[in-house]
Design a protein around this ligand. Structure first.
Ligand code: FAD
Length: 401
């Protein structure tokens, strides 16, 4: 997509490539290759995170004063593309992408000074506690009760679909501090360590056999008032600002482009049933081309969002468009991959996705991830705001309907 680059961008790209060649070892690349969900196997991901952190490259979207790289939009885009082209792990980084920006905007000085360096170093890993069993798209209906007791909030209730809660050290979450007035008004934004007494994490295993998300139960969990972000009852406003960052951060065209490149290689070796490769099959080749054009479109949109967030602006409603189209293109690539590997996708072999496992596999190596990735990617049009809800946002805010 980035066909011609100015000389300084080429220089930048060469420096990134050199760094990646030096630091991405075979284990990290293997873990990345086997990724089928929203992040690479966590131990490999943590190792890569710390390598980037030591180089000062873990938070390209942050302002320099807080430890960002100072790169422009093009450089950040090149960095993303090159990381995935070189086979880097997909990071679980709600700290960098979600809570970091909100602490910069809304946190107290103490919160920023304490938490931001720990996010940068990889010491703290954050998960997001928003959704509840009866509060997903209609998030403002959340019920997790937080009662003020002296200088603490006492939390009782539960969260669900909490990605990474089983290894996160901290959670940012929305709680109900009041049932008076509009339901959005009684919501408060809190930060809490995951080892706080009374908090229990229970796994949810997805259809592909992965353990990525969880239920989290709170029984008399005490959170100090100083861990509140914004005023009591202001949590909805804080969360809404964060969601625009989250949506615009959820698409990673570099990652999708690599998945598409993998799919093209698969299409060269897989047959169409009449002896030709899938690349020679007109119907499949047309679908590949359509998907690539679609991805190009999303990439341009991603660049627009990247350049607006550089100046610290909120990306606005375009983040809903990017989230909706970006999740569709990701799904499209995994649909075609599932079609390409055909019956090689049938064996259920989750152990083959462990980067440390060396046992025999059924079928060719390029087919192992196809079905788990296809299944996991169904969630892309649900998490971070379902597509139907994003379209509502676009209808209201862009079309004025
Ligand atoms: C893989 C994955 C990871 C997740 N990780 C996290 C996490 O880390 N932290 C967290 O807090 N949450 C997380 N979630 C939860 C996610 O944010 C919710 O699933 C999402 O907001 C949808 O809510 P729901 O599941 O309750 O579905 P519902 O809100 O009940 O929606 C069900 C269906 O109804 C449609 N619908 C709902 N409202 C409308 C409307 N107004 N107009 C038209 N259609 C509508 C939806 O689009 C959907 O198709 C995750 C979810 C998934 C799938």
């Amino acid at each position: 997509m980035l066909a011609s680059l100015p000389p300084e961008a080429l220089q930048f790209r060469a420096a990134v490539r050199e760094f990646l060649t030096q630091h991405l070892d075979d284990h990290l690349k293997q873990a990345a290759r086997l990724t089928t969900g929203v992040y690479t196997e966590i131990e490999a991901g943590k190792r890569w995170y710390k390598i980037l952190s030591r180089k000062g490259w873990v938070a390209p979207t942050w302002p320099e004063e807080f430890g960002g790289t100072g790169w422009n939009a093009l450089e950040r885009h090149i960095f993303g593309i090159e990381c995935f082209r070189a086979g880097a792990p997909l990071l679980f980084n709600m700290g960098i992408r979600h809570i970091g920006p909100i602490l910069m905007a809304e946190g107290t000085r103490e919160q920023r000074d304490y938490f931001l360096p720990r996010i940068l170093s990889g010491q703290d890993i954050w998960c997001q506690g928003y959704s509840e069993p009866s509060a997903g798209s209609d998030l403002a209906s959340l019920k997790l009760k937080a009662e003020r007791v002296d200088d603490d909030y006492l939390l009782n209730g539960s969260k669900i679909w909490t990605t990474g809660a089983h290894f996160a050290t901290h959670m940012f979450c929305l709680v109900r501090t009041s049932s008076e007035g509009r339901k959005q008004q009684g919501i408060t934004f809190l930060l809490l360590p995951m080892d706080t007494p009374g908090l229990a994490v229970k796994p949810i295993i997805s259809i592909s056999g992965d353990h990525e998300f969880n239920e989290v139960f709170f029984e008399n969990v005490r959170v100090p008032v100083e861990n509140r972000v914004g005023a009591e009852g202001e949590g909805w406003r804080v969360a809404k600002a964060l969601m625009q960052f989250a949506r615009s951060n959820n698409v990673n065209t570099g990652w999708v482009r690599e998945a598409l490149a993998h799919l093209k290689r698969t299409a060269q070796v897989e047959r169409d049933g009449s002896g030709r490769s899938l690349c020679e099959d007109e119907s499949f080749a047309r679908q590949l081309a359509d998907t690539e054009i679609f991805l190009d479109t999303v990439e341009v949109m991603e660049l627009r969002v990247l350049s607006s967030t550089r100046q610290g602006e909120s990306p606005g409603a375009i983040s809903s468009m990017l989230k909706t189209l970006g999740s569709q293109v990701k799904q499209r690539v995994t649909e075609l991959a599932a079609e390409a590997v055909a019956y090689y996708g049938f064996p259920f072999q989750p152990e083959a996705l462990n980067p440390c496992a060396a046992g025999p596999i059924i079928g060719p190596a390029h087919a192992i991830t196809a079905i788990p990735a296809y299944l996991n990617e169904r969630a892309a049009t649900i998490y971070s705001g379902a597509s139907e809800v994003q379209r509502d946002v676009l209808a209201k805010r862009v079309l004025g309907l």
